[in-house]
Design a protein around this ligand. Structure first.
Ligand code: GAP
Length: 454
């Protein structure tokens, strides 16, 4: 079914998934707050990622590093020099925008040579107009630094400048030696991290797709250059397995795109993006990059510390290679909602349904007394279940409407307590996707749900 962004944003707001940031003050551009249902879904996405890539993969361990890092980190990583966007102004309407983006939007082609000279040449040759006022009168391109600057300590001067991290990855590289020593891990092994990153994007937008404050889930997987296994293909496959089996993404909703040589980032040997077909167009969801030994080598040079790995087999020191699968939590959130959202005809009615996997659903069950008379018994059942499963209790309105409400927010099971429940100690459990109903003993509710969850 075709989903449009405006409808989706209204749906997410009215159901308590996502609100505009600072709304009562007129908002703060491009900031979003995750409401009661959104914060649960976001946490479940992060837990699902963490369980798959860190806890349940014996090759990997986890990390939680700082947002503020020594400036040497950003010098070594190349961010201080390279982490900027090509900024251009329209001299007529004064709109400030990204030169590469206006070209891509106009030509519908990927830019392979992002140098300022090439971008200026394309704008001139193709007579690309300003997307706002449609005139052709631009300034030349200037570099705009994407890292947020702040000051550490009481004195604000050049020496107290620190940056908010624009990626979580560097926290992993600078801790490579600490992690390897303390865990006594041998190559190959990976380190996963979930955390906030900040980028002062020139053109944020498309709702939560590109924001200035966001969270990343990154894995840096270290392996020996002599290793014969193709770890790039391994992690590409693992990301695909995760999307298919854990997030229940439909294959037709995303594509793989290999970066051309000219498009590769300064640190990358190979990159494949998993792109999702969002309602506003196809956009990058997950990047899988071969970073070779760029980061560890650069940090060794800058910090003057030995970050090499002593191979116990050869007794030789080596700098490992790295494969990095990296995804933004909010982008995965948006893709998850788009993938799960559906509208179905039921008799004469339509129902909205979020077909979320059980592990992701904000509420796992809703306990619904058929009428007020069953409220007390239903409340008792709710209290017992909520110890095990995140549950909600809904007493208000006709039962059919309450089912629809739970379908729309993705609750996989509704438990209805009715007139007979007090006598037969049974409830009716209704499954969200099939709407199948079964009579189940109250003492068997948890077992039933665990057996039937998807
Ligand atoms: N460490 C590598 C790295 O940060 P990236 O392609 O710049 O690479 C990785 O970012 C992922 O982080 C992207 O695929 C996307 O999912 C997410 N991401 C990047 N910038 C973002 C932004 N401004 N808003 C939301 N998510 C973003």
């Amino acid at each position: 079914m075709k989903l449009d962004m405006e409808k989706l944003i209204v749906f997410l707001k009215s159901n308590g998934f996502i609100f505009q940031g600072s709304e009562i003050y007129g908002g703060l551009a491009n900031s979003w707050d995750y409401g009661p249902l959104g914060s649960e879904l976001k946490k479940n996405i992060k837990d699902t990622w963490w369980n798959y890539f860190v806890r349940n993969n014996e090759l990997n361990v986890g990390l939680d590093s700082s947002i503020l890092l020594n400036n040497g980190v950003w010098k070594a990583s190349g961010h201080l020099k390279n982490f900027s966007d090509p900024l251009i102004d329209c001299k007529e309407c004064k709109t400030r925008m990204r030169a590469d983006k206006i070209i891509e939007e106009f030509t519908k082609e990927i830019i392979t040579d992002p140098s300022d000279e090439n971008l200026e040449r394309i704008i001139k040759e193709k007579a690309i107009p300003c997307p706002i006022c449609k005139k052709q009168n631009f300034t030349s391109i200037r570099k705009f630094m994407l890292m947020y600057k702040t000051n550490q300590g009481v004195i604000e001067n050049e020496n107290s400048i620190v940056y908010l991290r624009p990626e979580t990855a560097q926290g992993i590289f600078i801790n490579f030696k600490n992690i390897q020593r303390s865990t006594r891990k041998k190559l190959p092994f990976g380190v996963g991290q979930i955390g906030k990153s900040f980028r002062n994007e020139i053109t944020p937008g498309n709702f939560i797709f590109r924001t200035r404050e966001f969270e990343q889930m990154e894995l840096e997987f270290f392996f020996s250059k002599d290793d014969k296994q193709d770890w790039f293909e391994y992690w590409l496959q693992e990301v695909n397995n995760f999307l298919k089996n854990k997030m229940l993404f439909k294959q037709e909703n995303y594509i793989l795109r290999e970066h051309s040589k000219d498009e590769l980032a300064h640190y990358a040997k190979r990159t494949v993006d998993i792109e999702y077909k969002f309602p506003f167009g196809v956009g990058e969801l997950w990047g899988i990059a071969h970073r070779a030994d760029f980061d560890l080598k650069s940090h060794m040079a800058e910090s003057k510390q030995d970050l090499s790995y002593l191979n116990p087999q050869t007794n030789q020191k080596e700098i490992p290679y790295v494969i990095e699968p990296s995804v933004g939590v909010e982008r995965l959130f948006l893709a998850t909602i788009c993938n799960a959202y559906d509208e179905e005809k039921v008799g004469e009615d339509m129902r909205t349904i979020l077909k979320l996997p059980f592990a992701l659903a904000s509420y796992k069950v809703a306990v619904l007394p058929l009428q007020k008379q069953q409220a007390e018994q239903a409340k008792q059942i709710f209290d017992e279940i909520k110890e095990e499963l995140n549950a909600t209790f809904d007493l208000a309105g006709q039962i059919g409407k309450r089912y629809r409400r739970q379908d729309a927010i993705g609750t996989p099971f509704c438990i209805t307590v009715d007139f007979d429940s007090i006598n037969d100690q049974c409830v009716t459990i209704r499954e969200r996707d099939t709407m199948k109903q079964e009579r189940v003993l109250i003492s068997e509710i948890i077992n039933y749900i665990i057996k039937n969850k998807k």
